[in-house]
Ligand binder design. Sequence first.
Ligand code: 5GP
Ligand code: ZN
Length: 112
Amino acid sequence: MDCIFCKIVAGEIPAKLLFEDGDCVAFADVNPQAPVHVLVVPRQHIASLAAAAEEQTTLAGHLLVVAAKVAKQHGLANGFRIVINTGDDGGQTVHHLHVHVLGGRQMQWPPG
Ligand code: 5GP
Ligand code: ZN
């Protein structure tokens, strides 16, 4: 499968790894939108949040807990933004489920 995040998980494409465990990998976004911009992705290929199955509930929750851990590791005690772009209208460009962790600046609302 031609999936860029599967290739990062497999070590076939370099990335700045920040955390990994048996279920997921966290790495720096190549085009950061904030001083801290990390992506947390499951090792397993899941196309999007919309494609997550009932039996992947624990994994989906794990991604969020790891995202918060990564935020803490980066000193984001004053807050951070979690984003899961989903599908075309959601602005998803890489079709492997990923959690954005953004921080280090004041976030705005509503998002674009
Ligand atoms: P999406 O738009 O799908 O929510 O987010 C995809 C993210 O993946 C974007 O923020 C983009 O900068 C990032 N990205 C795309 N290709 C690569 C890559 O090869 N390496 C890394 N580290 N990030 C990537
Ligand atoms: Zn993939």
